[in-house]
Design a protein around this ligand. Structure first.
Ligand code: AHR
Length: 501
């Protein structure tokens, strides 16, 4: 007797998969760039100083589009400091993270790093301390082929081909009082609209992301989106969403249901954007770029990482070490992004290396996978074709933070080209294994090609420098397919992926 049932129907289509949903984020923050992806003295470093062991892990992670160079960092960044001969680049103070920025890695080097990882570049412009002209200058430097002052400067700096950056963020978290140059929605909406209009005059094919809210708990959430879009709607393509989750007060049940907040966030932004579009009589739809999402133990960092007076180079900042439970939540957040893929067309796991990241490094030493690496890499590898919305019948439990939450949550993908499918599913129960029967008759699949799960008797188990492979993927305890029914056994607090052919 099944505890839960799932029905998969190929007509329940959400959207064709845009690979940008598996994006990530690299910010000049702590040890993400310096002593992370870049460490010239490391035994695996290439001629640019990039660690090739990290490159291999990024490829395995399956991160597609990488947002760069911030984050809060971008809001006082002068992009031209970070190009040209390295020995002439200035050292600056980074106000966002109270660090020293040497500018040894800039746009041209980072684009070369992404060639190695096979990822696409997504750039953010500084609208905190700068404006339209600097955004246009960066666009010319990055994308214009040749024959202008700034494109010829790029060529002289050793990059003959334009970077051809398609997606651009119009600043970062401009609603946040912590942001250098933060603004009211009205001021930001006007600046973003004018910047977007100018950038699109230069290249009408750009895809522009206007800043939405830094979290669903922001006092201006909803109103911010409405006001900003009233100004910028016709000039932009995406509105951003940022969300970080953490377990508070050992309330694992609420934490495991974090994706309910993400769903609320998405619903609110979509309905607000559509309302503004309707009011403006504009039939274009504004989609969501969920360009920062992750688990982040922000409360602990706020308590432990007191403001410092000195200016440090590549300090160890916000280096969360993730647990099995964190990985299950991350897998569930990715399920939620896919379920909403008709409107969430791009997303960036924040961040990539060392800083709240799936990949960790030690200077001169190893690079390893955090627990959260696994659900991301497997979903990126197996999700193909179209996203299907499953019909789920399951039990529920009460949470202090999100109210009633389903025990089982899932999403599926189906690739008509080769008839393959994939199911991604979580069991949020703290104590009970869930036997789940999945009706796959409509998909015509007949065999389980792969079934991998992540769980552990210790839901707080982690991978660390000392024990880098403590947590990994395991074969799903039961994944059998007969007569159009896939039967799964899902351990408590687990994430599972099943590939079907
Ligand atoms: O990802 C870490 C920080 O979180 C980013 O710099 C900022 O945009 C957000 O507040």
């Amino acid at each position: 007797m099944a505890d839960s049932t799932i029905a998969l129907d190929r007509s329940a289509r959400v959207a064709p998969i845009d690979r940008r949903i598996f994006g990530s984020f690299v910010e000049h923050l702590g040890r993400c760039v310096y002593d992370g992806i870049y460490e010239p003295g490391h035994p695996t470093a290439n001629e640019d100083g990039f660690r090739l062991d990290v490159v291999e892990l990024v490829r395995e992670l399956g991160a597609t589009t990488i947002r760069y160079p911030g984050g809060n960092f971008v809001s006082a960044f002068r992009w031209e400091d970070s190009v040209g001969p390295r020995d002439r680049r200035p050292v600056r103070r980074d106000l966002a993270w109270h660090s020293l920025e040497t500018n040894q890695v800039g746009l041209d080097e980072f684009a070369r790093f992404l060639k190695l990882t096979g990822s696409e570049l997504m750039l953010a412009v500084n609208l905190g301390t700068r404006g339209i002209q600097e955004a246009l200058d960066l666009l010319e430097y990055a994308n214009h082929p040749s024959g202008t002052a700034l494109s010829d400067w790029r060529i002289a700096n050793g990059t003959p081909e334009p970077h051809d950056v398609r997606m651009w963020c119009l600043g970062n978290e401009m609603d946040g009082p912590w942001q250098t140059g933060y603004m009211t929605a009205d001021d930001y909406g006007k600046l973003a609209a004018r910047t977007a209009q100018a950038m699109k005059t230069a290249d009408r094919h750009l895809e522009l992301v206007v800043c939405g809210s830094s979290g669903s708990g922001m006092p201006t959430f909803g109103e911010w989106e409405r006001i900003v879009l009233e100004h910028a709607y016709e000039h932009v393509d995406f509105i951003s969403a940022h969300a970080y989750y953490q377990e508070r007060g050992r309330d694992l049940g609420s934490f495991l249901a974090s994706s309910l907040d993400m769903q609320y966030f998405i619903d609110t932004v979509v309905s607000t954007a559509d309302h503004v579009g309707n009011r403006l009589k504009n039939r274009k739809k504004i989609n969501i770029s969920f360009d920062e999402w992750n688990i982040w133990y922000l409360d602990e960092h706020m308590a432990a990482e007191k403001p410092v007076d000195e200016w440090r180079y590549a300090p160890r900042l916000i280096e969360d070490v993730y647990t099995v439970a964190d990985a299950v939540v991350l897998g569930n957040l990715l399920i939620t992004l896919l379920k909403n893929h008709d409107r969430v067309r791009s997303a960036s796991l924040a961040q990539l290396v060392n800083v709240i990241a799936p990949i960790m490094t030690e200077p001169g030493g190893a690079a390893w996978r955090q627990t959260t690496f696994f659900p991301f890499s497997v979903t990126s590898r197996l999700a193909r074709g179209e996203v299907l919305r499953p019909s789920i019948r399951t039990g529920s439990y009460d949470t202090a933070v999100h109210g009633e939450a389903a025990l089982v949550d899932a999403v599926a993908t189906f690739d008509e080209a080769d008839g393959s499918a994939a199911l991604f599913v979580v069991n949020r129960s703290l104590t009970e294994t869930q036997t789940v029967e999945v009706d796959v008759r409509d998909l015509g699949v007949t065999r389980v090609a792969e079934a991998l799960s992540l769980w552990d008797d210790d839901v707080y188990a982690k991978n660390t420098l000392q024990d880098q492979n403590r947590v990994g993927l395991r074969p799903t305890p039961r994944a059998s397919l007969a007569d159009g029914t896939l039967t799964l056994e899902l351990p408590p607090v687990s994430w599972t992926a099943v590939a079907l052919g």
